[in-house]
Design a protein around this ligand. Structure first.
Ligand code: SF4
Ligand code: SF4
Length: 385
């Protein structure tokens, strides 16, 4: 029903968001991978975009409306019932969803091709029997109802996980502010990444999934929302998000430094050796970049060199922390609502962070609409590099 082989991906260069070009490339990739959209005639196909918050697609942080439209057309022409479902940051209700879908251009694209968007707020609980960090998840209901999930993910840098691509996009199946609660429940980076792996594994075990990774224009630096758009010029399609992330991190020069990918390798979910991945289409080496900027919060290399003393408390103390750029802050309170540790308050119309309780999750940076949350690195981390 999906890819003939989970370790195979289709990779193609692409420098356009022209809908016809995208459609042709997706069809070509499906053909190479042995994916037949006609298998989903009369079935429900859920398109899961990446819409962290309201922002224009030209910023490189959210699924391009033409990518959604092109994918929708392929499955509609094959006779499937196509719909869109996602839970961005913030509350999971119709009013909040509408703002994000409209602001990201997805509402207009969905209307144009004639597919519904899920504005319901129903939630289901699903067991996670193979979970190593968590034993069940609450999910937005369409995740359970769909016969196929098409994961329309973006390749970006990320403040907490360094990279987000196919695996992490499934975090948007966890409803609304429960995502904030997950950060409080898993304050250590390793535990949080382990939870994300459990989630992705559970969903891909639940039902067929296909991932279309848009790296035509990704985001580097302070992603997933406040970085810089970066033209990477390729699209990757596959059915195993762990395999795709393994190759993607190599292609942007992040090899061996993305904890989520390293943990997936340890758990046997991602190939240890790149030669185990079959790349159809184009040679991945010709599409690699070596200067993809890491987020300012990336201190993994320096922290690795420091001895793990005081039960890891030194490392926690030295973690980069957020700091408010007061002139840019408009006091909207978005960071207050997104902070799992409730350690931000608004005083005199400006955000103030009590970093004593901060777990360096960078949700505040991710959801700040004014790019007013900067990263402060301890001098020792700066020296070690
Ligand atoms: S830091 Fe950003 S999110 Fe927080 S109040 Fe200021 S502008 Fe709003
Ligand atoms: S202040 Fe920011 S980085 Fe710190 S816990 Fe709150 S949201 Fe996370």
């Amino acid at each position: 029903m999906t890819c003939a082989d989970k370790n195979t991906v289709a990779l193609h260069s692409c420098d356009s968001y022209d809908e016809a070009v995208l459609k042709e490339l997706i069809l070509k990739s499906f053909d190479e991978l042995g994916i037949h959209p006609a298998d989903y005639r009369g079935k429900q196909v859920m398109l899961k975009p990446n819409l962290v918050r309201r922002m224009d697609a030209s910023q490189g942080g959210t699924t391009h409306p033409n990518m959604l439209a092109a994918t929708a057309m392929i499955f509609m022409e094959a006779g499937a019932d196509v719909m869109v479902a996602e839970s961005p940051g913030g509350p999971y209700n119709a009013a909040a969803l509408k703002l994000v879908y409209r602001g990201c251009g997805i509402e207009a694209a969905a209307e144009r091709v004639g597919i519904p968007i899920c504005y319901g707020s129903d939630i289901i609980s699903h067991p996670c029997p193979k979970g190593e960090f968590i034993r069940s998840f609450n999910l937005i209901k369409p995740t359970a109802d769909a016969d196929l999930i098409v994961n329309l993910c973006k390749l970006k840098s990320h403040g907490l996980t360094k990279m987000t691509a196919a695996v992490k996009n499934y975090f948007g199946c966890v409803p609304g502010v429960e995502k904030v609660e997950m950060h409080a429940r898993f304050p250590e980076r390793r535990d949080f990444c382990g939870m994300l792996i459990d989630l992705c594994r559970m969903i891909t075990d639940m039902k067929p999934t296909i991932s279309i990774l848009d790296a035509i224009v990704g985001m580097e630096g302070n992603g997933p929302t406040n970085g810089t758009p970066r033209k990477l010029g390729f699209m990757m399609v596959g059915c195993d998000p762990f395999v795709m992330d393994r190759l993607a991190c190599e292609m942007i020069g992040y090899e061996d430094t993305v904890l989520m990918v390293e943990m997936a390798k340890e758990r046997g979910l991602a190939p240890a050796d790149l030669s185990e991945i079959t790349v159809l289409g184009e040679d991945y080496k010709a599409l690699c970049v070596t200067d993809f900027k890491a987020p300012d919060s990336d201190a993994a290399k320096a922290l690795k060199l420091l001895p793990n003393i005081f039960g890891g408390r030194l490392n926690r103390f030295l973690q980069p922390k957020p700091a408010i750029d007061k002139p840019k802050c408009v006091g909207c309170g978005e960071c207050v609502r997104s902070c799992p540790m409730k350690t931000i308050e608004i005083k005199e119309k400006k955000a103030n962070i009590n970093t004593k309780n901060c777990i360096s999750c960078f949700c505040c940076q991710e959801l700040c609409p004014k790019d007013a949350v900067k990263i402060h690195k301890n001098w020792l981390i700066k020296v070690i590099g």
